[in-house]
Design a protein around this ligand. Structure first.
Ligand code: ZN
Ligand code: ZN
Ligand code: ZN
Ligand code: ZN
Length: 259
């Protein structure tokens, strides 16, 4: 077809057209250019010889860490073309641009060279996305106590956790440095201060109560006044030492009480 002679391509698009039988050939590219109202058709090297892709919030299939990188590179590339007044389109998930623009050629070349060197176009933006992402992940996975945000937790971590697929983050450690630990029974966060281990919440402690016996409620009330939480083994000890609870809880240990 003769349309090709009227259409400018950048080197990368030309090379890509020849690279594989799955790639569009120059005729296809020229037709697309006409469709978009362009006199040129360009693509961007993602640094590995493949075309730079569009990030689309709706086609989220990679894990978060690669998704963030795709997003940053896409945003940076589109912003650079836009500033220079170069029209862009998304075609088959690739960033394509009007290669009749001289400025566009320079931008595409620079991006390709930068990415061949280092896979991220904007580190600062990437950190920002990773942070937001981690906040969302932590707030989704853990029902944080009131007054504690995902940001608070991440600030206590040695590094920003990347994504739930590729890293496991130590939310428990970070929460411990904020003086919280989870109830042994129901996972509610408790402000346990310096005594984080094996604590249970007041509700779970209350469920250990044997009938009408006041031994557990009395003990828990005493702690509650000091904003402390009981441990599971403390509760067991209280009941072991209680004349009412002991025979019910440990019926075969009766002899021990001398009954
Ligand atoms: Zn990942
Ligand atoms: Zn985690
Ligand atoms: Zn509990
Ligand atoms: Zn009792």
């Amino acid at each position: 077809m003769s349309v090709i002679i009227d259409v400018k391509f950048n080197d990368f698009a030309r090379g890509y057209a020849d690279s594989s039988r799955y790639a569009p050939d120059l005729d296809d590219m020229a037709e697309l250019a006409f469709e978009f109202g362009w006199r040129g058709f360009g693509m961007v090297d993602d640094g590995t010889g493949e075309p730079l892709t569009v990030w689309d919030v709706h086609s989220y299939y990679n894990c978060d860490c690669s998704e963030n990188r795709i997003r940053v590179n896409c945003e940076s590339a589109l912003a650079a073309f836009k500033v220079a007044g170069v029209e862009t389109y998304s075609h088959k998930g690739w960033i394509v641009w009007d290669a009749s623009s001289r400025a566009g050629h320079e931008i595409a070349r620079k991006i390709g060279a930068a990415l061949a060197d280092y896979p991220v176009l904007d580190d600062e933006r990437l950190s920002e996305l990773e942070w937001d992402n981690a906040v969302r992940m932590i707030e989704d996975l853990y029902r944080l106590p009131e007054g504690v945000t995902g940001d608070d937790v991440i600030r206590e971590m040695p590094e920003v956790p990347h994504c739930s697929n590729c890293s496991s983050c130590d939310v428990e450690d970070a929460m411990a440095s904020l003086e919280y630990s989870q109830c042994m029974d129901c996972d509610t966060w408790l402000k346990t201060g310096e005594y984080p281990s094996d604590r249970v919440c007041y509700d779970c402690a209350d469920r250990e109560r044997e009938g009408d016996c006041e031994c557990i409620p009395n003990y828990v009330d005493g702690l509650r006044n000091m904003s402390l939480y009981p441990t599971a083994s403390d509760l067991r000890e209280i009941q072991r030492g209680c004349e009412t609870c002991y025979p019910v809880r440990w019926p075969h240990g009766r002899a021990k009480l001398g009954v």
